[in-house]
Ligand binder design. Structure first.
Ligand code: ZN
Length: 76
């Protein structure tokens, strides 16, 4: 994901430690299939439109500290 070159190495290492190691794929809250949405431990998302390839539909979720909360209300 990150190119490591010369002076950028230290920063890339830091990013790798802070982010890459803790990233997880989001599981669909309906069918528990792995989706193509990736999050990190500190990812915060509200009303995030997550697509599940198995359910073949988009659903909106709240993502707070690696927990997925399906949105029951849709705000327009
Ligand atoms: Zn699903």
């Amino acid at each position: 994901m990150f190119a490591v070159k010369g002076g950028a190495k230290k920063r890339a290492d830091c990013l790798a430690n802070e982010c890459t190691a803790k990233s997880v794929w989001v599981n669909c809250p309906v069918c528990h299939n792995k989706t193509k949405t990736k999050i990190y431990q500190d990812t915060l998302a509200l009303r995030f439109p997550m697509y599940c390839p198995k359910c073949k539909k988009e659903m909106r979720v709240d993502i707070i500290r690696r927990k997925i909360y399906p949105c029951t209300k849709v705000y327009k």
